[in-house]
Write a protein that binds this ligand. Sequence first.
Ligand code: IPM
Ligand code: MG
Length: 404
Amino acid sequence: MTSSDAIEQAKTHFGTLLEGQLARIEAMKSEGEWTDFSTLEPIIIGVCGGDGIGPQISAEAQRVLETLLADQVAAGKVEFRTIEGLTIENRAAQNAAIPADVLKELKKCHIILKGPTTTPRAGDPWPNIESANVAMRKELDLFANVRPVRVPEDGIDWIFFRENTEDLYALGSDGIVVEDDLAIDFRVITAPGSERIIRLAFEHAAKNGINRLTVVTKANVVKTSDGMFLDAARRISGDYPDVKWDDWYIDIMTAKLLDPKRRTEFRVMVLPNLYGDILTDEAAELQGGVGTAGSANIGKRYAMFEAIHGSAPRMVDEGRAAYADPSSMIRAGSMLLAHIGFGEAARKLEQALDICGRFEKRLTITGRDTGAKGSEFAKYILETMADPNLESRWNDYQKQLVKS
Ligand code: IPM
Ligand code: MG
């Protein structure tokens, strides 16, 4: 092919992508209202185990949730449903990020609890299909990836609002190799897409009396698309005069999260997808590792809750899956409870997770047989939650830690 043919082909491809994105913008503009979970009966929670350690850790999270919601399940108010087929084997066989029949079942649920799924990359034994997470976020329009990170003893109380459907992720599997030596990917930022995530972050700050919101971009260099994100923040901030906001660049932000003197100032962060992906792994590491952090993927209609880490196939290969830490999935479970209106149960679960994983640590998870099994840890959580003195126990630990 001549260079000019290659360029023409690339232009056609680009044109198709632009049409798709303009259609997406129109869909965003006409999207409906937020689901009101108090009017749903039953609320259907679909559980996908995923790959690698996913089935083990999601089963533990499901067990904890089913115990907490036992009354609601018995009364027909909540239903748990197992969704089969979101495995790398089936996805590879059907050559689809999410096979059509699986997607159909997912869409019949209101909420998804999802174990980590293997994301193929070039050179793997699998076809290089799109990540199931990324596909699900797009298919169900889960535009907000909400990731709280708390380390009370260090004064850290952060919540990240990561945009979840745009940026380099939107067309991450649609890049082009124009000629052998030229690869181009596309970064998508839209005004409505930026506004909705930024508004959600401001709402969170305003509702919770948090007077500090930080917008993170690299708008000094990535002028057009990050510029649009920052402009959206300027516009939305006008509706929240009581929330003080500022903007930071991703590089210095990454550095400042490690600065014990400065990092405690940050509270609510809102940022485009890829910066959010990276910054939240760093933040989770400060809390005790990516195994400790949960992630809520929220859209107006659907929501999906997951761990922030991957499927750890090596643990399975080495026969260590039973020793995987289910904390991140259980934490995702507590965000799920809060999202569907069971705030009290969510708080109890958070407190039990803090006690078991950070304060008391009667069991330690090492990821191998030197530590506890995931099922033992889940049992420990359930026992702790059943303690009538849970609240005061948590408060006592919390005070001790902050003092020392
Ligand atoms: C995450 C993960 C995913 C992402 C991967 C598995 C595609 O890292 O949820 O942060 O990049 O978003
Ligand atoms: Mg990530």
